[in-house]
Design a protein around this ligand. Structure first.
Ligand SMILES: Cc1cc2nc3c(=O)[nH]c(=O)nc-3n(C[C@H](O)[C@H](O)[C@H](O)COP(=O)(O)OP(=O)(O)OC[C@H]3O[C@@H](n4cnc5c(N)ncnc54)[C@H](O)[C@@H]3O)c2cc1C
Length: 412
């Protein structure tokens, strides 16, 4: 009889299972599909192996880097190239994202790169609104408070709609009105209390961040994390069962079988607070030397109302040097869609040409992948839940949460 059943072989389930197995527990991982990793996956396009889902992780807290170190992959930790991301506004020309901003919220609203996006009047409104000191008991900071109302009150509609909303959508696939303050930055409330203003808080948080990029990746792709976790889990006696789907009755049987602990690390098992959101990724590999100059840096976030269907474009070969090497002079462009166009590849090619300002030839290879981003799970008492439905989206938070859950279970 195993000590622990882990339902779901995505990164969260694997991290938790590996940690418990290394501590001597007898662990079984039930994975419904025929591969591990969930939304961390690889695919090959035009002979180039690259990430099909997540492609980077936040370095905040150092949790992912520590795990990568333990797994012997530290030598393959890579930083993105130091090129800016851009924003395509609803009207007008694309512009680089402001250097002083965090999640699009400007530390200096009068900076020229902010004015280029929100206009002079929008910048002055932000300065005027943010001039009075925020009291610590401001209702905008109450428990459960969301980012949208805070930015609207302190920086105005132009900053929220033209700058923050497209960036937040690109990162979280959500509108700022749906993003709790805690998801923006773990120290946001403290920084607001200390500085008394939104711009001041952004400046303080940026100043406190370690120098360099806030994200990192792995040479060859972050999907390498999955096989490294699975190998180490197996080496410590973990039992990985593919094509082993667990539904609620099966979950109850496992939980009732006596002795063993059940951990849910899969989005489809427990009732959810909302339906999952669909996201379609279309990747193009193109031979176009004009893209060598990375005309839009590492890519663009697209504001609602812009005349293209894509919500974001990543110029992946401009962002990752290892991928540029692997692509041998070709370019990898990845576009994301909330609403899938009828002909995804043709639309992606037209959108990419419009966003990058460069005519694009027929691609050397293409791929279209559909993903679902789950909402929070409603967990019954006594069941441990890890992963995106419990910790929110993003590998850094999910891995830290799964490690903490493993420690708590091991201590029982
Ligand atoms: C397109 C895209 C890009 C992203 N990019 C990034 C990024 O760059 N950086 C970042 O930090 N995060 C990124 N994310 C988010 C990140 O990938 C996820 O938050 C994270 O991988 C979720 O891991 P998880 O283990 O919680 O769930 P999942 O990866 O969803 O894994 C759950 C697993 O459970 C299995 N399963 C489902 N139902 C059952 C069942 N009934 N029984 C058994 N098994 C089951 C599934 O097959 C799956 O393997 C991205 C997400 C998407 C969709």
């Amino acid at each position: 009889m195993p000590d622990v059943h882990v339902v779901g072989g995505g990164v969260a389930g694997l991290v938790l299972a590996r940690r418990l197995a290394r501590g001597g527990a007898d662990v079984v991982v039930h994975e419904a599909s025929d591969r591990l990793g969930g939304t961390v996956a690889a695919h090959e396009i035009a002979g180039i192996v690259m990430d099909a889902g997540a492609e980077s992780f936040a370095t905040r807290g150092g949790t992912v880097s520590a795990l990568i170190d333990e797994l012997g992959l530290a030598g393959d930790l890579v930083r993105p190239e130091p090129v800016s991301a851009w924003l395509q506004p609803a009207r007008g020309d694309a512009a680089p994202l402001p250097a002083t901003a965090l999640l699009g919220i400007p530390g200096d609203p009068r900076a020229e790169d902010v004015v280029a996006i929100v206009g002079r009047a929008g910048a002055e409104e932000a300065v005027a609104r943010d001039a009075s000191r925020m009291p610590a008991d401001d209702p905008l900071l109450a428990p459960g408070a969301r980012l949208g109302p805070l930015v609207r009150a302190r920086h105005g509609d132009a900053v929220l709609d033209l700058l923050v909303a497209p960036v937040v959508h690109g990162v979280h696939s959500l509108h700022p009105d749906d993003v709790p303050l805690e998801r923006v930055h773990p120290r946001l409330r403290a920084a607001l209390a200390e500085t008394g203003s939104l711009s001041g808080a952004m400046s303080a948080l940026r100043a406190a961040a370690p120098p360099g990029s806030v994200v990192a990746g792995l040479r060859g792709g972050v999907h390498r994390l999955v096989s490294a976790l699975a190998d180490d889990l197996a080496a410590h006696g973990g039992d990985i069962r593919l094509r082993s789907s667990v539904d609620v009755p099966a979950l109850e049987r496992l939980a009732g079988a006596g002795g063993g602990t059940v951990v849910v690390a899969a989005p489809d098992v427990l009732p959810a607070s909302a339906p999952p959101r669909r996201i379609d990724l279309v990747t193009l590999v193109v031979d176009q030397p004009e893209l060598d100059a990375a005309p839009r840096g590492s890519g663009l976030l697209v504001a609602a109302g812009a005349p293209v269907g894509a919500r974001a474009l990543t110029h992946a070969t401009a962002k990752w040097a290892w991928l540029a090497d692997a692509a041998g002079g070709s370019h990898v462009l990845r576009l994301s869609y909330d609403d899938l166009p009828e002909d995804p590849v043709a639309s992606a090619r037209a959108d990419a040409a419009a966003l990058l300002g460069v005519a694009l030839p027929v691609p050397e290879g293409t791929a279209h992948v559909t993903w679902f981003r789950p909402a929070a799970a409603i967990a019954p008492a006594g069941i441990t839940v890890v992963g995106e439905t419990a910790a929110g989206s993003g590998l850094a938070g999910i891995i830290a949460h799964a490690e903490a859950a493993a420690s708590a279970l091991a201590a029982k």
